[in-house]
Design a protein around this ligand. Structure first.
Ligand SMILES: Cc1cc2nc3c(=O)[nH]c(=O)nc-3n(C[C@H](O)[C@H](O)[C@H](O)COP(=O)(O)O)c2cc1C
Length: 337
């Protein structure tokens, strides 16, 4: 109810201003925000990738790109937070406008382009927070790093975040960084995962602690590509796959005044596509690698459907913009027991 009122006001503003205002207001409210969330419950705990999650409903990457809002976000009842995508060096992202609401479809098109303050400042922000829950740090490459050198950026970020992250998510699926999604091709992914896992193992030996590594993939993959990803995930002993990022498709939003905007589409229209990729991966992997389901969760039933399709955990982003903290509580209820 509270969120419905706030949403009416926020949706009068341009989407990027609304986003910042909403997050900043949560900070200003401080501990009072906790009233919106719900306390932990034993029956909600899950152990995935060797990590104990207080509940299986997480915040997807991209909402808190710089790790500035950990405490207020945690207070909303999420079982874990994934921050980023962060790149080695700060970068401004694409020119504005770069975020569009398709209200009738409960969808968003974004071409933010990894706007972020860089990995060192992200870590300083995280340091300032009192949050001690499960923290995923999602890493990417700078827009001006040639794709042939992409591994250098992932390795630099992995090294920097290793100690603080509970798990590290490798984003190779954003449609808004030129050629990034080419890293999902069999040859490039094989090379990239070999480099990343070798560095992870070296860091684990040095730190005396193995940090799980998850890979986030696109929904726009054919069966052959999905098969290759499953095979490589097994070969390189990846700890989890996150399915999925936004889609470059426009199915379900044809004719909308923003449908022609470049970028990734998220929210309700991506649900079926994203869940199908999840289901296919689940059939191929048969429980050998855990899956995190994200894409178009707008209700408790949607969250349940991701679990039924093979996910061990879920994440939300666009549904949270449209439904607020009630969605987190509803998804948690739907997944209890
Ligand atoms: C504005 C916006 C920014 C995003 N930024 C990132 C990002 O930086 N890294 C990433 O891995 N995913 C990013 N995503 C994708 C989401 O994490 C999620 O995978 C996708 O939106 C599908 O879930 P949803 O339908 O619940 O939004 C972004 C999504 C939106 C809407």
């Amino acid at each position: 109810m509270l969120y419905r009122l706030a949403r009416t006001a926020l949706f009068q503003l341009d989407p990027e201003t609304a986003h910042e205002l909403a997050l900043k207001s949560m900070c200003a409210l401080g501990p009072a925000v906790a009233l919106l969330g719900a306390g932990a419950d034993r029956g909600e705990e899950r152990t995935v990738m060797g990590i104990r999650f207080p509940n299986p409903v997480g915040l997807a990457a991209g909402m808190d790109k710089n790790g500035e809002y950990l405490d207020p976000l945690a207070a909303l009842g999420f079982g874990y937070l994934e921050i980023g995508t962060v790149t080695p060096r700060p970068q401004p992202g694409n020119p504005k406008p770069r975020l569009f609401r398709l209200v009738e479809h409960e969808a968003i098109i974004n071409r933010m382009g990894f706007n972020n303050v860089g990995v060192e400042r992200l870590l300083r922000n995280v340091e300032k927070a009192s949050f001690r829950g499960v923290l995923g740090i999602n890493i990417g490459k700078n827009f001006d790093t040639p794709i042939e050198r992409a591994a250098d950026d992932y390795l630099a970020c992995l090294e920097a975040v290793y100690e603080r992250a509970t798990y590290v998510a490798v984003n190779i699926s954003s449609p808004n960084t030129k050629n990034l999604r080419d890293l999902q091709s069999k040859e490039r992914l094989d090379e990239l995962l070999a480099a990343i896992m070798a560095r992870r193992d070296a860091l684990a030996a040095r730190a005396g602690k193995v940090k799980p590594l998850a890979v986030k993939i696109a929904p726009d993959l054919d069966d052959e590509q999905i098969g290759a990803i499953a095979e490589l995930a097994l070969k390189h002993r990846i700890d989890a796959l996150i399915a999925t990022n936004t889609t470059i498709g426009r199915a379900g939003v044809e004719g909308h005044r923003h449908a022609g905007e470049a970028g990734g589409l998220s929210g309700r229209p991506v649900f079926a596509l994203s869940t199908e990729v999840l289901r296919k991966l689940s059939r191929l992997l048969a429980g050998r690698i855990p899956l995190i389901g994200v894409g178009g969760i707008h209700s408790g039933a949607d969250a349940r459907a991701k679990i039924d399709a093979g996910a061990s955990l879920v994440q939300v982003y666009t549904g949270f913009i449209f439904h607020g903290p009630d969605l987190v509580a509803e998804a948690r209820r739907a997944l209890k027991g």
